[in-house]
Structure formats: structure tokens, C-alpha cells
Design a protein around this ligand. Structure first.
Ligand SMILES: [Zn+2]
Length: 474
């Protein structure tokens, strides 16, 4: 029998705010333990939370970026559980009235565009972090109360690779939108995976198995690559799967059972009495909507469509946004944006890295790139000479035309001059000339090289090839 996997992901993302969700403590990674804490985030009695407005904005912004409905009425709830890293004994979250619902993420996968629907993205608070030492344990509450967004997908994912592609696409969107830095090394993104398998074609879902607390996308992929075949094996041997929670043991490369449904938590949700429901006004939402940016996939598709770029070049400009913006400032007036992209990706970027120069500090205007492209396109300079012109314009800021003029670099297309160079090259190299006549086509390249040398790189290579061939065959 053939089986298929059904996967849904719950992705937790720390929001990029200066302060925590309910107090003024810094939202900052790497501070000494328990230095960014106060009575509110330590859960001391008698304190009251005040919502961080920027976190509310970033939540709504995420809703827009993920094509969700942004709710006009959201509220907060207490999720009760007892664990050392939750000092209040509850976590504030959004239970039945989340801030955003019903969206989707489109991304490239398997040679096409895939869509994963988003059930909801709701706002909550992060918890502290437990540390286990040789003889005792400690809790760092610096992370307690950091605003956290939980993005829940529909079970639209069908493979480990697709889960990986979705997570990367989601991360790119959130980084683009300025919602989160999504730095996985700093634990800013964590993931719970829900996975079940069922016979292909069957409607109802198999027993849902949750893999908790994954902190890397490659870990999610590896866990699924292990877990899906494991479940299929159990079923195909006539076994039964029960709803349960597992953890991924990365060094061992296996998932192992933590608890089954009988031991599931009862969180006893109830409305948070210390916080008003959140009902944003039109003006407030309009302010948020003005922060919506073009998404990475849309940008890539636009670069391919509007500038006829190959996918790889467009992707470069998606990853390097400032370089892509620079390219656009050049390409808008260009007849040949593909050539401009080549110069910017292959020459400009390399030179900038080599010299530690930023785009703001370039000595030449964007239009100079077009001028250079034109000089090559119209045959005024060879592409070899254009490299030298580019190096000069990069270091001095002079215009390409001025450099060509001053240094006498104009390509020689004057046939009488070229005839002369070709005759000289053949006379000086009888060996290769005879080789070519004897049928060794590669010998022509050697002679071409000699002509280029004689012309100091200024000969038009296409014309040189023609003239040499004609002379040698005569
Ligand atoms: Zn605090």
C-alpha cells in the first residue's frame, strides 16, 4: 500500500521590538542572566501588564504579509501550566480570538509555486530558559515576556523538503517585513511539527504526532525524514499509531516518545482579566498597512518579468536587497538590463567586497554602468578592455567614455588596420598557421590571441576571427 504524509507546522517567532511584551525591559539577546527583568516579567504579585504597541503592530503587519484577515477584535487569554521557566504559572496568549486568521504563503518548490495556508498568527509571550548544570539547574528570565508570534499552518505540507522550503520562505518574508530577525542561532525561531501518515487517497487523517521544540529548519527536515518512514513502517506491519508527543534527538538522529494523549496538558484557558480586548481603529490599521513591503517571491518574479533576468540573477537581487535596488536604479533606463545585471553581480559586487566599499560610497553614478554597457554593445570597446575601464571608473569615478577617450582604448574595427595585424601574426607564427590549415581548428584561437596582443587588446575579436580564417584559407 502507498502512504502519504500530512504535515502542519507551528512556528514561533520572536518579534523585533526594543522592549518586552508587557513591561519596559529590553528585548535583547546575550545579556548576563536575569539582568533584563522586573517585577512584571518575573511574575511577582500585584503587577499589571501594559501591552507593547509595536508588538501589536508587527502582529498585524505579519497578518498582511501572510495574506491573512486582520481581526478588528482580538483578545488575550491565560494558558495555565506549571514549569520553572514560567514564573507566573501561566502564559498570556490569544486563544479563541487571535489577531490574524486565514492567510497563505506562496513559495517556490518542486519546479513550481506551492501554497501553504495559514490558519492563524497569534501574539503571545516567550518564557524563560532553563539551564542544567552538573549539580543544579538555573533559570534565566531575560527571555520571559519577549513578544512571540505563533504562526500555525494548515496541514498542507506533504514532505520533509516541502516543510523546509515553506519555513525558509516564511522566514524570508518576516525578515523582509522587518517583523523579526529570525536568527536561529539566537533561538528567535522555533518550531513544533505535527505529522501523520495515511493510505494514499484516504480522507481522514492518521494519528497526529507532534514533535516539539525544534530550533533549526534543517532539524525539522531531518526529524521528518526519520519520522515519516517510521510511521509508515508501523502501519504497514499492521501496527497502530496513537496521538502523542515526541522529541527529536539530533545527535542520535531519532525521535522518541515523550507523552501520549492521556497525559496531555489541560491548560484551562480563560480570558486575561488584566488586559482589555484589542480593537484596532481604521487609522491604526492604515498605519500598519503602510509598512507592507513587496514579498521576496513577488520581487523575484518581477525582476524576471520586467528585466528579463535569469532566475539566478533575480534571486541574487532578492537576497541582496540594496544591490537589487541599485540594479533597478540602473536598469530602469536600460535597453539591456541583463548586461547591466551581469556587470553589477560579477564586477561591481566583487570589487565592492575586495575593497570594502559600500553602495553609498561608490564614486560613479549608476548611469555610468549603462554607459559602459553601451560601449560594449555598440562595439566601441571589447569586453576585455571594458574590464579595465570598469576598474578605472571604480577607483577614480571618471566616466567610461572619458576613460576610453583619454587612454585611446577604442576598439579597432578598421579592417585595414586589422588586416595588417593578422598578416603579422600569421607571418610570425608559421607553426600554428600550418596546424590550422591541416585542420586543427583550435590553432585559430592562438593566432587570434596574438592579434589581440599586437592590438593591445583593442582589436574587435569577431572581425579578427573572420580575417584570419579568410587569410589562412586563401
Ligand atoms: Zn520586565
Amino acid at each position: 500500500m502507498e502512504y502519504e504524509a500530512v504535515i502542519g507546522l507551528e512556528t514561533h517567532v520572536q518579534l523585533k521590538t526594543h522592549s518586552k511584551m508587557w513591561c519596559g525591559c529590553a528585548n535583547e539577546f546575550g545579556a548576563p542572566p536575569n539582568t533584563n527583568v522586573c517585577p512584571v516579567c518575573l511574575g511577582l504579585p500585584g503587577v499589571l501588564p501594559v501591552a507593547n504597541e509595536e508588538a501589536l503592530r508587527l502582529t498585524a503587519l505579519t497578518g498582511y504579509l501572510l495574506n491573512c484577515e486582520v481581526s478588528r477584535y482580538a483578545k488575550f487569554d491565560r494558558k495555565n501550566y506549571f514549569y520553572p521557566d514560567v514564573p507566573k504559572n501561566y502564559q498570556v496568549t490569544q486563544y479563541d480570538k487571535p489577531s490574524t486568521v486565514n492567510g497563505y504563503v506562496d513559495f517556490e518548490f518542486g519546479g513550481g509555486i506551492q501554497r501553504v495556508r495559514i490558519t492563524r498568527a497569534h501574539l503571545e509571550e516567550d518564557v524563560g530558559k532553563n539551564f542544567h548544570f552538573e549539580r543544579q539547574s538555573g533559570v534565566d528570565f531575560n527571555r520571559a515576556g519577549v513578544p512571540l508570534l505563533e504562526i500555525v499552518s494548515e496541514p498542507d505540507i506533504t514532505s520533509a523538503d516541502m516543510a523546509y522550503a515553506y519555513l525558509n520562505a516564511l522566514k524570508d518574508i518576516l525578515v523582509y517585513g522587518g517583523v523579526s530577525d529570525c536568527d536561529m542561532e539566537k533561538g528567535m525561531v522555533r518550531c513544533d511539527v505535527n505529522v501523520s501518515v495515511r493510505p494514499k487517497g484516504q480522507k481522514e487523517l492518521g494519528a497526529k504526532i507532534e514533535i516539539k521544540n525544534m530550533n533549526s529548519f534543517s532539524g525539522v527536515r531531518k526529524a521528518l525524514e526519520y519520522e515519516i518512514p517510521r510511521q509508515i513502517e508501523v502501519l504497514s506491519k499492521g501496527g497502530k499509531l496513537v496521538q502523542s508527543t515526541r522529541r527529536w534527538d539530533d545527535p542520535a538522529g531519532v525521535t522518541e516518545e515523550m507523552r501520549t494523549k492521556e497525559h496531555a496538558h489541560d491548560y484551562r484557558y480563560f480570558p486575561e482579566p488584566d488586559l482589555m480586548p484589542f480593537a484596532p481603529t481604521d487609522d491604526w490599521l492604515a498605519g500598519v498597512r503602510s509598512r507592507v513591503v513587496e514579498l521576496p517571491l513577488a520581487r523575484k518574479q518581477r525582476f524576471i518579468r520586467d528585466y528579463q533576468l535569469p532566475a539566478a540573477d533575480a534571486q541574487t537581487f532578492v537576497w541582496d536587497v540594496p544591490l537589487g535596488n541599485y540594479f533597478e536604479s540602473v536598469a530602469r533606463g536600460s535597453k539591456n538590463p541583463k548586461a547591466a545585471a551581469n556587470w553589477i553581480i560579477n564586477n561591481l559586487r566583487a570589487k565592492m567586497t575586495e575593497t570594502g566599499t559600500s553602495l553609498e560610497n561608490l564614486r560613479f553614478q549608476p548611469a555610468a554602468v549603462l554607459e559602459l554597457v553601451d560601449l560594449v554593445e555598440t562595439g566601441k570597446v571589447s569586453s576585455r578592455i571594458a574590464q579595465d575601464v570598469f576598474a578605472e571608473m571604480f577607483s577614480t569615478g571618471a566616466s567610461p567614455a572619458a576613460i576610453v577617450e583619454k587612454k585611446g582604448l577604442v576598439q579597432v574595427s578598421d579592417t585595414s588596420a586589422l588586416e595588417q595585424f593578422c598578416a603579422e601574426a600569421i607571418a610570425a607564427n608559421p607553426g600554428p598557421a600550418n596546424d590550422f590549415r591541416a585542420g586543427k581548428a583550435a590553432a585559430l584561437n592562438f593566432l587570434k590571441g596574438q592579434v589581440m596582443k599586437l592590438s593591445k587588446g583593442k582589436a574587435n575579436p569577431a572581425l579578427v576571427g573572420e580575417i584570419l580564417e579568410r587569410k589562412l584559407k586563401a
